[in-house]
Design a protein. Structure first.
Length: 171
């Protein structure tokens, strides 16, 4: 089903994926007057928010900022096969250049890009020890991917994580 031109219709209680933050829940939809215009905002609570963090996204801008529904089962299968692929070899890249490339991919908000970062770093750590920054990035990527798949399938993060670990152990 193609989405409405340029917008997703989120309701309170829906899960929505926000780039770099991962899974959020729509806690309310509020109207705010800005100048003479009344605008609608989604109020999002990141799932792993330890405090009362809220993200406000103008309903009209939601798609532009990358807010989207969790991925489908066929997307999940695609991610799993992406994780099984052998990544390109990085030997000739300097650490910081590789790091920037990974960072850019995570910023896209695409779970496929994030999954690639996870795979590449996971494979890289087998060959050499990762820098502190790369370890943190692997952690971030893994969290984003695991949380989204877990929410999309209504499964626990633990079982999702285990399923992903198995893919890496197989090859």
């Amino acid at each position: 089903v193609p989405m409405q031109a340029g917008t997703y219709d989120f309701k309170v209680g829906d899960k929505a994926i926000y780039p770099k933050q991962g899974v959020t829940e729509v806690v309310s939809i509020e109207q705010r007057k800005i100048g003479s215009t009344t605008m609608e905002f989604y109020v999002l609570r990141p799932l792993d928010a330890k405090n009362n963090d809220r993200i406000r996204v103008a309903v009209g801008q939601a798609k532009k900022v990358g807010l989207r529904p969790p991925i489908s089962e066929s997307d999940i299968q695609e991610i799993f096969s992406l994780l099984e692929e052998q990544p390109v070899v990085f030997d000739n890249q300097t650490w910081n250049r590789r790091y920037r490339g990974f960072m850019d991919k995570i910023k896209t908000g695409s779970v496929f890009d994030v999954a690639e970062v996870m795979r590449d770093l996971y494979r890289l750590q087998v060959e050499k020890s990762l820098s502190f920054g790369e370890k943190k990035m692997l952690e971030t990527a893994r969290n984003l991917v695991v949380k989204e798949i877990a929410v999309a399938r209504s499964r626990s993060e633990e079982s999702t994580q285990a399923e992903i670990e198995q893919i890496f152990e197989k090859n």
